[in-house]
Design a protein around this ligand. Structure first.
Ligand code: NAD
Ligand code: WQD
Length: 343
């Protein structure tokens, strides 16, 4: 019998790419998403890519009775939990909505799992749980020390899941700490579609390349890094998605609850991203050096060795592939999913 996986937030950026890899790996999928930051069109395209429709329920995780009805209506073997808000700046402006959606949404999900004896969970965490790391590369043993409400929700959820796993025999969970996901599916059918002006580097760079904005604002060139600009561990979203397939397999071997970094183990600077993106688009992408962005850190990248040991997984795509695929998606879908909805 096929293993059935409930994917929360499966219509979103990382969730949709993960649905593709899970379906291709032979999992039966049930997606729940309230479409607060995504489009139903995405799952139609996922269905096209994998050759079968994806079962979808438009549902908010905090609507606990609806969630219970869904669990009661079908067998679920494991949950991959992406659903939540993710914008650091918004979380500072409106912390309550972040604690409510991310933390209360997860508690509602865990209660439904407990009630229905579903004891396998993969959670989307973030390197942001560390705040300012003491050293790089960052290992999983680095203390949780988040510095903004979004990061606090991720650290709290990690702790809640650890407590729940410790309290209930048979539960297993992996807390996957993503670094900086970028890129898109090589088909260019699914990708990141940020609402409003992008705050992350790669989507902004690609919007500049497409002519939507005049230049990239480079936030500081006076960090103690190799060229003075911020260094991050960018990871291709398809590699990240495959990490979830590896994690589901590993859940059969791993006891209890474990945090695992999903990164490449390599840091790239802002100027290196702009340079590689320029090669991908075929012309120099304009930029201007500006002041530091408040709250930014100089450098963070993963120690990716635990993922290799425990999951047997490592990232395969380099920055060239990340820029190529992100650009392809941007070029073919200039207004994201909206462009195809209106045509
Ligand atoms: P996304 O916004 O594209 O996807 C999240 C999805 O969850 C959206 O489709 C949204 O509609 C849905 N959702 C939100 N709240 C919900 C709720 N209460 N009930 C049901 N659905 C809900 O974001 P993403 O980039 O795909 O991120 C997925 C997860 O990975 C998030 O938990 C995010 O915090 C985490 N993460 C993302 C990054 C990143 O840079 N993208 C980095 C580290 C961790
Ligand atoms: C990368 C680098 C900027 C935009 C965020 C979240 C974090 C996690 C990953 C979810 C930095 C510089 C950026 C721009 C720039 N997400 N930059 N001009 O800050 O590492 O992390 O995504 O969990 O929680 O905070 O990613 O893409 O915003 O920035 O110069 O227009 O690019 O200063 O050095 P960040 P980012």
């Amino acid at each position: 019998m096929m293993t059935t996986v409930l994917v929360t937030g499966g219509a979103g950026y990382i969730g949709s790419h993960t649905c593709v890899e899970l379906a291709l790996a032979g999992y039966d999928l049930v997606v729940v998403d309230n479409l607060s930051n995504s489009w139903p069109e995405t799952l139609d395209r996922v269905g096209e890519l994998v050759g079968r429709p994806i079962q979808f329920h438009r549902l908010d995780l905090r609507e606990h009775h609806d969630l219970l009805n869904l669990f009661a209506s079908r067998r679920i073997d494991a949950v991959v939990h992406f659903a939540g808000f993710k914008a650091v700046g918004d979380s500072v402006r409106d912390p309550l909505s972040y604690y409510d959606n991310n933390v209360a949404g997860t508690v509602s999900l865990l209660k439904a799992m407990l009630r229905n004896d579903v004891a396998r969970l993969i959670f989307s965490s973030s390197c942001t749980v560390h705040g300012l790391p003491r050293s790089v590369p960052v290992t999983e043993g680095e203390p949780r020390n988040p510095v903004n409400p979004y990061g606090c929700t991720k650290a709290m959820i990690e702790r809640i899941i650890e407590d729940q796993v410790a309290a209930t025999s048979g539960w297993r969970a992996l807390l996957l700490r993503y670094f900086n996901p970028v890129g898109a599916h090589p088909s260019a059918r699914i990708g990141e579609d940020p609402i409003g002006i992008p705050t992350n580097l790669m989507p902004y760079v690609m919007k500049v390349a497409s002519g939507k904005y005049p230049y990239v604002h480079v936030f500081g060139d006076d960090y103690r890094t190799r060229d003075g600009t911020g260094v991050r561990d960018y990871i291709h979203v398809v590699d990240l998605a495959k990490g979830h397939v590896a994690a589901l397999h590993a859940l059969e071997r791993v006891d209890g609850c474990q945090a695992i970094n999903l990164g490449t183990g390599r840091g790239c600077s802002v100027l290196e991203v702009i340079s590689e993106a320029s090669k991908a688009v075929g012309f120099p992408i304009p930029y201007r050096i500006e002041g530091r962005r408040p709250g930014d850190i100089a450098e963070i990248y993963a120690d990716a060795s635990l993922a290799a040991d425990v999951l047997g997984w490592q990232a395969e795509h380099d920055l060239t592939a990340m820029c190529r695929d992100h650009w392809n998606w941007q070029r073919k879908n200039p207004d994201g999913y909206r462009s195809s909805i209106s045509t």
